[in-house]
Write a protein that binds this ligand. Structure first.
Ligand SMILES: O=P(O)(O)OC[C@H]1O[C@H](O)[C@H](O)[C@@H](O)[C@@H]1O
Length: 520
């Protein structure tokens, strides 16, 4: 039986066994006792993976639970599904598309399963070389001081997250701006500081039809012309899989990509141009190499030491058997400030599905809510709830050992806080007074990078992509479409002219009332 036609995960034998294991944990799993009573626990639940170390030992998991999760993965055909993705099968079945973002980071000439894939890889490298040559040209052009990326969703979150994360590698004297929202305040705030002759606009849109991006691109173009800019070809470039659309818009410099790159998986494609402009061609290749190292790990490591699989299976355990509905991301590095927002799209757009890949409704939960802010900031805000709230929220710490700055004392303070929070969540502190009582036993995962480099960032992001693949695969959903974003777009198109005309016919009473108030 292939991965596509196996029974739904809740009908697999391991699912029932996991249910029984979870029911046996009547008062939750006692992580403190497990760590104290088993000298091998840290080794059993930690591992190295490319560019990072992961400690899962503070989670509500033991050997029998994890073994049963491995059984579930085997019964669900996870490895075959993964192989189908790498082989270019159209696993995005609702759009009849292959899912090949991993090909974007494969080295030139890497052996491929089919001639078609080898050809696609050659095209990937042609485009990459052209895109990186252009990035270097922009970097060498002292007249260009401001680069504005106009894009939204996957055409914004990845580049924005990575540019910020790799700021330590950016050449000084050049500013990157990200404009995504259709809210004109955002574009206006950027344009007010720019001059046409020193600005470069990158219009980033896979489809080149997204309303927000088209509105911002049109406004940027008219600002450019109004302010005396003349050479559109030099000051505008497009990053898109819709080359005709970009050309029709009037942009000559177009870097393309393919329909088999999902928006939220596209920072490795031409959509990564702002990153390449910020850090340079060589560093961009290192970002790709880090992701490729994680791809190889995901492809080749046995299930038991396959970190993306272990994390994705833990996510399934938490969501479906312990009913945890969210996960908090705590990056202890201020440059990773946009990582939670990036991961929100990655996981919630991929796995926020209520039907299986054939359209049948699911009786079990899928994507958790992801949220978070960098540490230590979160500690002074919502960590109260993590320590003493009524709900258990697993926390994923991301810490980086070496700092990129030399300010004395800060890094030790930062790392001490990361460790202390994970420790405090787990240990708790008994106090008869109630208000000062910390129940403890709150689960967390600790990911540790040596340094935040293009390579380690690439590996970290690819790790997250593949853990999302893993849980989505077990759940039997299509993680690669996003029909849920469409309805609101259609309704906005209907409402927009009504704001001018006041026509409320056919609207529900609440929307009609709000429409009148917004017009007033
Ligand atoms: O890159 P674009 O085609 O402009 O799409 C931008 C974004 O908008 C869509 O609505 C999708 O929800 C996202 O997955 C996508 O990344």
């Amino acid at each position: 039986m292939g991965w596509a036609d196996r029974p739904r995960c809740d009908q697999l034998p391991a699912w029932g066994q996991l249910r029984a294991l979870s029911q046996a944990l009547t008062t939750g799993y006692d992580v403190r006792a497990a760590l104290a009573g088993d000298a091998g626990r840290v080794a059993r639940f930690s591992q190295d993976a490319p560019e990072l170390f992961a400690d899962l030992s503070k989670n509500w998991i033991d050997a029998s639970i994890e073994d049963t999760l491995f059984d579930l993965a085997e019964q669900a055909g996870l490895a075959a599904h993964r192989d189908a993705m790498f082989a270019g099968e159209r696993i995005n079945n609702t759009e009849q598309r292959a899912v090949l973002h991993t090909l974007l980071r494969a080295p030139a000439g890497a052996p491929q399963a089919t001639p078609a894939l080898a050809e696609a890889l050659a095209e990937v490298h042609q485009t990459l070389d052209a895109m990186l040559a252009y990035a270097e040209q922009v970097r060498a052009d002292a007249r260009i001081t401001d680069i504005v990326n106009i894009g939204i969703g996957g055409s914004d979150l990845g580049p924005q997250m990575a540019v910020r994360a790799l700021d330590a590698y950016a050449a000084p004297g050049r500013r990157l701006h990200f404009v995504s929202n259709v809210d004109g305040h955002e574009l206006d705030a950027v344009l007010r500081r720019l001059k046409p002759e020193s600005s470069l606009f990158l219009v980033a849109s896979k489809t080149f039809t997204t309303a927000e991006t088209m509105a911002n691109a049109r406004s940027a173009l008219s600002w450019f012309q109004r302010e005396g800019g003349t050479d559109v070809a030099r000051h505008f470039a497009a990053l898109s899989s819709n080359v005709d659309g970009a050309r029709a818009f009037g942009i000559a410099n177009i870097f393309g990509f393919w329909d088999w790159v999902g928006g939220r998986y596209s920072l490795w494609s031409a959509i990564g141009l702002p990153i390449a402009i910020a850090i340079g061609a060589e560093r961009f290749r290192e970002l790709l190499a880090g992701a490729h190292a994680m791809d190889t790990h995901f492809r080749e490591a046995p299930l038991r030491s396959n970190l993306p699989m272990r994390l994705g299976l833990l996510d399934v355990w938490y969501r479906n058997f312990l009913q945890f509905t969210s996960r908090s991301i705590a990056p202890y590095h201020s440059a990773l400030a946009r990582l939670p927002a990036y991961l929100q799209q990655l996981e919630m757009e991929s796995n926020g599905k209520r039907v299986d890949r054939h359209g049948g409704p699911l009786p079990y939960g899928t994507s958790p809510v992801l949220w978070g802010e960098p540490g230590t900031n979160g500690q002074h805000a919502y960590f109260q709830m993590l320590h003493q709230g009524t709900d258990v929220v697993p926390v994923e710490f991301v810490a980086v050992r070496e700092a990129a700055h030399r300010l004395p004392g800060h890094q030790a303070a930062l790392l001490a806080n990361a460790l202390a929070q994970a420790q405090a969540l787990m240990q708790g502190k008994a106090d008869a007074g109630g208000h000062r009582d910390f129940p403890g036993n709150r689960p967390s995962t600790f990911l540790l990078l040596q340094r935040l480099t293009p390579r380690s960032l690439g590996a970290l992001v690819a790790l997250q992509e593949h853990r999302v693949f893993t849980s989505g695969s077990v759940w039997g959903i299509n993680s690669f479409d996003q029909w849920g974003v469409e309805l609101g777009k259609v309704l906005a198109k209907d409402i927009e002219p009504r704001l001018a005309s006041g026509d409320a016919s056919g609207l529900d009473a609440s929307t009609a009332n709000l429409l009148q108030r917004l017009r007033g």
